[in-house]
Design a protein. Structure first.
Length: 167
């Protein structure tokens, strides 16, 4: 009797799992992201900002090189107090240049986060909308090896649907 009850419970559990079969979608998130016009605009803004910082870093480096060359050329003829003053100026210039480079990198990272946040939000909202319309329980990201394998015959590729909906 116990075996029959146990078998019935296992059968009921198994049938319950089959009845609760999940429907899932999958998306190439990066492909969808890069297809958005907002992504292109954000990248363009980032490239312009990066170019501005690169030009300033190049100008700063040229100024440092110029002063270093002048220091090397005149170090044998400078009185000691001028030599020490020039050494200190060079050291300060190098420190300022390194500090500016670090600040620029931080500013670029923050700018990228700020510019990309609304783009990611739009894409995620669009994914959710398509998923609801298709009756999906979840959507997996198929790029970047996030899921090395899943049975694509059991799921729906919603990449193109999301791209169309987002535009």
């Amino acid at each position: 009797m116990k075996k029959a009850v146990l078998a019935l419970l296992l059968l009921t559990f198994h049938l319950g799992l089959l009845a609760q079969e999940s429907h899932f979608g999958y998306i190439d998130y990066n492909k969808a992201l890069k297809s958005l016009p907002e992504y292109e605009q954000a990248q363009k803004s980032l490239d312009e900002l990066k170019s501005t910082y690169d030009k300033e870093m190049e100008r700063s480096e040229q100024e440092l090189n110029k002063q270093f060359k002048e220091f090397i050329d005149g170090q044998k003829t400078f009185p000691e107090n001028i030599l020490l003053k020039r050494q200190k100026e060079l050291q300060q210039l190098m420190e300022q240049s390194l500090k500016f480079k670090d600040e620029a990198e931080n500013l670029l990272t923050n700018a990228e986060s700020e510019l990309m946040e609304p783009v990611h939000k739009k894409l995620k909202d669009t994914i959710a909308k398509v998923a609801v319309e298709k009756g999906l329980d979840f959507v997996a990201n198929s790029d970047n090896n996030a899921y090395p394998y899943f049975n694509t015959e059991k799921g729906i590729d919603i990449t193109e649907l999301v791209i169309s909906e987002a535009k």
